[in-house]
Design a protein around this ligand. Structure first.
Ligand code: HEM
Length: 515
């Protein structure tokens, strides 16, 4: 007679035992199979130019013509997405407008790379990343959101902010008039000061006046940084070079400039703290201090965050805008007929010589189109700012691995004949519709970059470009000195600057009466 216990086990429990034993075996087998298959499926390899063992593509990048131009040439050969190792740093260059947009809209491409010179901006005080430009993660999100919110509260981009720029327009016109009395002059410092004063009013309020010497030194350091921080700057990839000549001197200049600028900003923060009045928040700094005091968890709104954000906004806020204005003046000097067309358009809208206002924008399509064309052809930020991949992500059929540095080649997007026919020609009319009465064709224009990190100062910059430029057109005729030869090739760094040039400004009679 069979044992009843054995019977129960065989008849009733065996199926369960089988399932319990077989399930993990089958699952493990299935996982191994998937794993092997994955390994066998080859990831497509991104095209890439020739790279040397230790240096990668670094020796093939031309500092003179600009990294963006070499990248652009490679894009023509290897396509809108190619890999390129710079020393030991894995990089990817995106030159196709659609892919640039797709990549920069992704949360996985929102990081900043760990490049030595860029890190310098956050090193002197604390090694952690702070501020906005080089910040990442939750801290970056908070600082950026705060900046956008505060700009909006101050009416930036709206008519309520126009008066701040109008004051600087008058001051700039006066300085140009004085300078032009002694013959041709370089407008660089005058434009820098005008734009820097606008951003200073936003950051510190209307009452803070900087001495010309301090402002000149501050501005000089920022300009110097922008020149040295080009995408291929060797010290980014071989930090030890900072101990050797001639890099030692360059490094020392950047470092001492950084310390000077932080010192100026820290002093201004202390001053603001002494006169802080919760009932009267008139500056970014005051708004930040108010937020700091209201925060239960003060870690995200520390004094150091404040100094870094001020430094970021100040630096990013005037250099790019003033440089755009310098390009605009250069191009209208080179095209007398265009200058006349623009002046006629402005004079027609403000027949009594009254100041042009933002509300006039739609009535000035040629002015708008000229500013857009200046931004396209000059591509002030040719490689935007470098981004870093924070987690593996797919783009254009390839995998961008975590840690890869991404260079969006805005210059190529703006100079690709598929996007802009005859890209080397300065043709504002390309941004007008057929009737030449409306702005059009801006789909592939992205001077302020795109996606999650798109420039938060875009509204302010557009507003300043429009109001300063129209004021200059209304009040002066600009010419290059007779017999001078001007080189429109940019001076390349992190930004595409004009080469030094002088101009003559001749007061235009009746149209300046109303300002
Ligand atoms: C014509 C003028 C300007 C141009 C062409 C320009 C262009 C750019 C570009 C290309 C970036 C990099 C975006 C990226 O990482 O993909 C950027 C970032 C930035 N810009 Fe501008 N900008 C201009 C004016 C301004 C102004 C007026 C301000 C301040 C009020 C400003 C503040 C910033 C800041 C704070 C960032 C960092 C954003 C972030 O990392 O989240 N910029 N800008």
């Amino acid at each position: 007679m069979a044992c009843p216990v054995a019977h129960i086990i065989i008849e009733e429990l065996l199926p369960y035992i089988m399932v319990a034993v077989l399930t993990p075996i089958l699952l493990t087998g299935y996982c191994c199979y998937r794993c092997c298959r994955k390994r066998r499926v080859k990831k497509p390899v991104m095209p890439s130019p020739f790279q040397l063992p230790i240096l990668g593509c670094l020796p093939f990048l031309s500092r003179e013509e600009g990294t963006h131009v070499t990248f652009s040439r490679w894009a023509t050969k290897y396509g809108g997405l190619f890999a390129c190792r710079l020393a030991q740093t894995k990089c990817v260059v995106i030159s196709d407008a659609k892919l640039v947009r797709e990549a920069l809209a992704s949360n996985a491409v929102v990081g900043r790379p760990n490049l030595h010179l860029f890190n310098l901006a956050r090193k002197p005080e604390e090694p952690e990343s702070k501020g906005i430009i080089m910040n990442e993660g939750e801290s970056w999100r908070q600082q950026r959101r705060f900046a956008l919110h505060t700009f909006r509260n101050f009416g930036i981009g709206k008519t309520s902010f126009e008066d701040v720029i109008a004051v600087e327009c008058d001051r700039l016109a006066e300085c140009i008039t004085i300078n032009s009395r002694t013959g041709p002059f370089d407008a660089r410092m005058l434009l820098n000061s005008a734009v820097a004063n606008v951003i200073s009013t936003v950051l510190f309020g209307p009452d803070v006046q900087h001495s010309d010497a301090d402002l000149a030194r501050f501005v000089d350091h920022v300009t110097n940084m922008a020149q040295e921080l080009g995408g291929s700057a060797l010290m980014n990839f071989f930090p030890f070079l900072r101990h050797l000549p001639p890099f030692r001197a360059i490094y020392a200049r950047i470092y001492s400039g950084m310390l000077f600028n932080f010192g100026v900003l820290r002093a201004l923060v202390e001053q603001e703290k002494r006169q802080f009045n919760e009932e009267n928040i008139r500056s970014y700094t005051a708004a930040f201090l108010a937020r700091q005091r209201s925060e239960e968890d003060g870690r995200l709104f520390t004094d150091h965050h404040l100094v870094m954000s001020l430094s970021d906004i100040f630096s990013a806020g005037f250099e790019t805008t003033a440089t755009s204005l310098r390009w605009a003046l250069l191009y209208i000097c080179l095209d007398e007929k265009l200058q006349q067309t623009l002046q006629e358009e402005v004079d027609h809208v403000a027949q009594d010589g009254r100041p042009i206002r933002l509300a006039d924008r739609e009535k000035l399509p040629w002015v708008e189109a000229t500013l857009l064309e200046v931004q396209r052809i000059a591509s002030i930020a040719p490689l935007s700012m470098p981004h870093a991949v924070t987690e593996d992500v797919e783009l254009g059929g390839y995998v961008l691995e975590k840690g890869t540095v991404v260079f969006p080649n805005l210059y190529h997007v703006h100079h690709d004949p598929k996007n802009f026919p005859e890209p080397e020609k300065f043709k504002p009319a390309r941004f007008l519709d057929e009737s030449q009465t409306k702005v059009a064709g801006t789909e592939n224009l992205m001077p302020f970059s795109a996606g999650k990190r798109i420039c938060p100062g875009e509204s302010l910059a557009r507003m300043e470009l429009f109001l300063f430029f129209t004021m200059l057109l209304q009040r002066f005729n600009f010419e290059l000195p007779k017999g001078s030869s001007v080189d429109v090739r940019p001076r390349c760094g992190l930004t595409n600057d004009t080469r030094p040039y002088e101009l003559t400004a001749i007061l235009r009679g009746k149209n300046c009466a109303g300002r």
